[in-house]
Design a protein. Structure first.
Ligand code: ATP
Ligand code: MN
Length: 463
């Protein structure tokens, strides 16, 4: 393998003969030379390849340079030298060029310097070649690795929870059904016969790995999942995808305060890693996408998180009732506008909100002694609100069963989950971090469809 542009640019000791391979970003001709900017996605920066007029005019180079248009793939040979120009430490004094694949000017869609994110979404198969999407992909990669780094360094075991599930009422969101029944037949016969379906009963794509991972938590103590999750909510927001990746740690012998501590340390680790290892890409986002991004992240990496109860949060919101489309009141599910207000106007940074009304939270959350709230916590961040949702779990069998009865949940379906309380139950807690929400936060991108390579959303499943 030839060295990547990232390797060449970060290692200026290797001056001397080189071969570089990549996609042409620009070609520029001056009175003294031809400049070709080559990018291979290994980093944000291009490498500048300079052809003297003589070299550019050689029999072999001349026709190739003519084909060297934006988007074409090329191999360039020459000498890596210290750059006399500004803006780069090294450049290639080029002696030979070969075009591998042309990108005709008439049809290659990425001609302009700047394209709208909406337009790029329609060409998801090519958008990774832009600065923005290359940067998103690199940050996404680093953050995925940092997730494992964090948990592995703290004694957590990675558990693969299933994607297909038959427990249908977890309550986290609407589900996609998985079936091998012939839908045309079902339509004409009027009713599906689930006994004939693949699993002999209705099955779905998971909305959360939590219930499954709790079983391993009650055996290995500290565990986490990191996998795809599906929600069929018909919500066309900039914060929701139909298919997204979720990270769900679960800790045994732990209470809500341990859960909050873990969430804060986790976010801090991710943000600190991004600042340290994705500095160029973050500088790009700061300059082009979200001014002030780095300053905000630095505050989080060093600073404390604020914390308040749901009840206090609602009091704060009620003071500014008129700023909202949806009037806040005790018992309401916090809307994204409320969450943004709390983080941006009330605390000026991320905030952990605790002890939500039990009516707006899932059945498995631990009931507090007040009879009204549960030991839940959401981490909210500026710009879009909820990034983490978590709780201490109800670990007392009688109380959990009572709550399931109240909500009309079938205990038979959850017998395995109840067994965890029946045999050797422990106080335990966990949370879910939406990986793409984290990426919105770290990159400053504003639409969640732009931080996953191939977004899935209502009426959107191309590529
Ligand atoms: P929201 O109120 O924002 O829809 P939620 O309460 O449904 O979130 P949870 O069920 O607590 O979210 O899921 C845990 C985490 O998963 C959320 O904090 C969020 O980061 C992420 N998440 C939830 N739904 C989606 C989605 N449709 N697309 C992307 N991420 C999501
Ligand atoms: Mn939701």
């Amino acid at each position: 393998m030839t060295p990547t542009i990232h390797e060449l640019l970060s290692n200026d000791k290797a001056l001397g003969p080189v071969t570089v391979k990549g996609w042409i970003r620009t070609r520029r001709e001056t009175k003294t030379a031809v400049f070709i900017e080559l990018n291979d996605g290994s980093c944000l920066a291009n490498i500048q390849c300079v052809f003297s007029l003589e070299s550019a005019a050689s029999d072999t180079n001349k026709p190739e340079i003519a084909r060297a248009t934006t988007g074409a793939s090329a191999v360039i040979e020459g000498m890596l030298v210290a750059s006399p120009g500004q803006g780069q430490k090294v450049e290639v004094q080029a002696s030979a060029i070969r075009i591998l694949g042309e990108a005709p000017v008439e049809s290659y869609p990425l001609q302009k310097k700047a394209h709208s994110l909406e337009f790029l979404r329609e060409i998801a198969h090519l958008r990774a070649r832009t600065n923005t999407f290359g940067a998103v992909a690199r940050v996404r990669n680093r953050m995925a690795f940092a997730v494992h780094e964090f948990f592995q360094s703290q004694g957590f075991y990675y558990v693969h929870t299933p994607i297909i599930t038959a427990s249908d009422a977890e309550g986290a969101g609407a589900m996609f059904q998985v079936t091998t029944l012939d839908l045309d037949r079902v339509a004409s016969s009027g009713k599906p016969d689930y006994e004939k379906d693949f699993f002999g009963k209705p099955a779905f794509l998971t909305v959360s790995g939590q219930l499954n991972v709790e079983t391993y938590c009650q055996a290995l103590s500290r565990v986490y999942t990191f996998g795809p999750t599906f929600r069929a909510e018909n919500s066309n927001t900039t914060r929701h995808l139909s298919e997204f990746w979720m990270i769900e740690p679960e800790i045994a012998f732990a209470e809500l305060s341990d859960d909050i501590e873990l969430a804060k340390n986790f976010i801090r680790h991710l943000v600190t890693t991004a600042l340290k290892d994705c500095a160029d890409d973050l500088a790009f986002f700061d300059a082009r996408i979200q001014p002030g991004l780095i300053a905000g992240l630095e505050k989080v990496s060093k600073g404390e998180f604020s914390q308040m109860t749901y009840t206090d949060a609602v009091k704060e919101l009620e003071k500014s009732k008129d700023s909202f489309e949806f009037t806040p009141f005790w018992g309401c599910d916090l809307q994204s506008e409320h969450e943004k207000f709390l983080t941006e106007k009330v605390v000026g940074g991320p905030v952990v909100v605790t002890n939500y009304p039990k009516e707006i939270k899932a059945f498995y959350m631990k009931q507090n002694d007040d009879g009204k709230t549960v030991a839940a916590m959401d981490v909210l961040v500026p710009r879009f609100g909820e990034i983490i949702g978590g709780s201490e779990r109800e670990w007392r069998l009688d109380l959990l069963e009572k709550r399931m009865d109240e909500l009309g949940l079938k205990k038979e379906t959850y017998s395995w989950y109840l067994d965890l309380r029946r045999y050797g139950t422990t106080p335990h807690a966990g949370f879910g971090l939406g990986f793409e929400r984290l990426l919105l936060y770290v990159t400053g991108m504003t639409n969640i469809r732009d931080v996953i390579p191939f977004p899935r959303a209502p009426k959107l499943a191309d590529f």
